[in-house]
Structures are given as C-alpha cells and as structure tokens.
Design a binder for this molecule. Structure first.
Ligand code: NAP
Length: 278
C-alpha cells in the first residue's frame, strides 16, 4: 500500500533544552518555562535572579536594537517575533508557560503584542515596569506628549539643546532646524534623520551627576530634552538640569503606558516560580 508523504513543517528548535516534567508523573512540580521580554535594566536584574532557580527555565528576548547588548545570565534570543501571530508561534513552539513583560515604558507595541498573545493562549502575563520620574522642587519641566510636541516646545529662538531621547526619535527635531543639538545615544542615529546642526556623542548609562553637570556646562546647554523613562540609570541629567536651573522638555510615555501595572522584582521572581499575578 502506498504511503502518502505529507509535507510537514520542520520541528521547531526549542530554545529551552530541558524536558518539561509532568508534575503528576514525578511528584515534583513542573518548572516554569518563562519568557522575559527585555531590553531594560529591570529585565537584566530579573534575568540574574531567575538564572539560578532550579524550578524556572527562562529565556530572555531582546529586540536587537543595540548591536552590543550587555550580557545577561540567561539564554537570549534576538529580534522581533513577527507580530502577535509570530509571538504566539514562539510561545507554543517553546512551550512557554509564563511571560514577564519587562520592556521599556515607551515600548508600547511589544507590550500590546504580549498582552494579546497571552490572552489568546491563556498564559499568565506579568508586567514589570518602572515608575516614571516625578517633578521635584526646582525642576523646570515643560511636558510634551511626543517628540514632535517636544520639538515645538523648544520655541522659535535658536537654543543649544541636549537631546537625549534615543536615536530613533531624532528625526522629529528636523522640524526645528534653528537649534544646535548635542545628541546622545547608545548607537549612532541615521545621519539623514539628524537635524542640520547636530553633534552626536555615543554613550551608555549610568551617568554620574557631576559628569552631567560638567557636560551641560561645557557645552553651554540651554535646554534638555528627555523621555520620561523613569529609573535611576539616566536620571542624573534631570538632576543636573535642576542643579543648573535649566529647563527640561519632558516627553511623556505613550498613551496607555501609564496604566501598566508596576511590580517589584520580588513579585516578578515569585511569579516566575508559579505565584499568581498580584
Ligand atoms: P516597540 O515599539 O514596542 O516594539 C516594536 C517591535 O520590536 C515589536 O513589535 C517587536 O517586533 C520588536 N520588539 C520589541 N521589543 C522586543 C523584545 N524584547 N523582544 C523581541 N522583539 C521585540 O519597542 P521599541 O520602543 O522599538 O523598543 C525596542 C526594545 O528596546 C524593547 O525591548 C525595549 O525594552 C527596549 N528599549 C526601548 C526604549 C524606548 O525608549 N522605546 C528605551 C530603552 C530600551 P515584532 O512585532 O516583530 O515581534
């Protein structure tokens, strides 16, 4: 009898090697197969905490925006999944049982994708998100809803601007070509996206307050533009501007991002080990 040869998809290569124990068979509880969506200090800290746990098999996912990401203690995959459907496929192929979204507060697309994918598969999802910075006494903040508004908020008169919003948002400032920009980013922006009078400095935080004050003074900066990213790594520029009495145009996180639940690292570790989301 002839056997029909059906084309089959190649078996996915699991990124997590250990077999998934069945708790009923062994008496031991099954390890969590955890996906951490990263790209942040919080994700790296969490990776270090879960790496040694015997009851958690975890993988970290990075978008691949920086060519030399900092090392972490977990197996790491890089690059987009291919939207919600690609993420669902990844979760299924790797038999992921829990997801922690520890992405940046401005990374709203991947957070929404994770929400939809986990809802579709019925997987528990926890969001580990840092609080945004709060205005303190002495701060001269001009709030902006997005980069385009921030560019307008710089005004008509030419100013010396310290632009620290990451390389991907600089194109919005081509609409305000009268200013001189000192652009700081981890990776160089595309030259075509820079405003005409721009100098780029490449650096990765954390930054010290004294260094930030010295930089603002040396470059005779009039105004700082920053995303309200929260967290300690890049806060020194905000404190430096306060110290020097300089205004900060502060770009708010995307709409909806503020509604993200905030969880502590301890809560994230407990979730990784099987606790229900608080
Ligand atoms: P985004 O706009 O939310 O995501 C755009 C696309 O990038 C997503 O749809 C996804 O592609 C892919 N992606 C994002 N994060 C990913 C991850 N952790 N693993 C795999 N794919 C990911 O994100 P973004 O603002 O471009 O930020 C990219 C990454 O940089 C994030 O992981 C974030 O934590 C980190 N980061 C962002 C900022 C910022 O200001 N936005 C600052 C510091 C660090 P597919 O749809 O193909 O899956």
């Amino acid at each position: 009898m002839e056997t029909l040869q059906c084309p089959t998809r190649p078996a996915p290569k699991p990124l997590l090697n250990r077999t998934h124990e069945k708790s009923g068979d062994t008496g031991a509880s099954a390890p969590t197969r955890l996906l951490i969506l990263g790209g942040t200090r919080e994700a790296r800290d969490l990776a270090a905490l879960v790496a040694g746990l015997p009851d958690v098999e975890a993988i970290l996912s990075l978008a691949g925006r920086t060519s030399m990401p900092l090392e972490t203690a977990l197996p790491t995959r890089m690059g987009g999944f291919g939207g919600v459907s690609g993420l669902i496929q990844f979760l299924v192929d790797n038999r992921i049982s829990r997801v922690i979204d520890a992405t940046h507060p401005f990374a709203s697309q991947i957070s929404e994708n994770a929400r939809q994918a986990c809802a579709t598969l019925g997987l528990p999802l926890l969001v580990l998100s840092r609080p945004t910075w709060r205005r303190e006494e002495g701060d001269l903040w001009i709030e902006a809803a997005d980069n385009a508004s921030a560019a307008r908020a710089l005004g008509e008169a030419p100013r010396r601007v310290f632009l620290t919003i990451g390389r991907l948002g600089v194109a919005a400032f081509r609409a305000a070509p009268q200013h001189c920009y000192l652009v700081r980013s981890i990776e160089p922006p595309e030259p075509a996206e820079l405003p005409p009078h721009a100098e780029v400095v490449l650096a990765r935080g954390p930054f010290a307050l004294e260094e930030e004050i010295a930089l603002l003074r040396a470059r005779r900066i009039d105004v700082v533009v920053s995303k309200n990213s929260g967290g300690p790594l890049t806060y020194a520029k905000i404190a430096a501007a306060r110290t020097l009495g300089l205004p900060v145009v502060m770009v708010a996180p995307p709409t909806g991002a503020r509604a993200r639940p905030l969880e502590s690292l301890d809560a994230a570790v407990a979730f990784a080990r099987g606790a229900a989301p608080a």
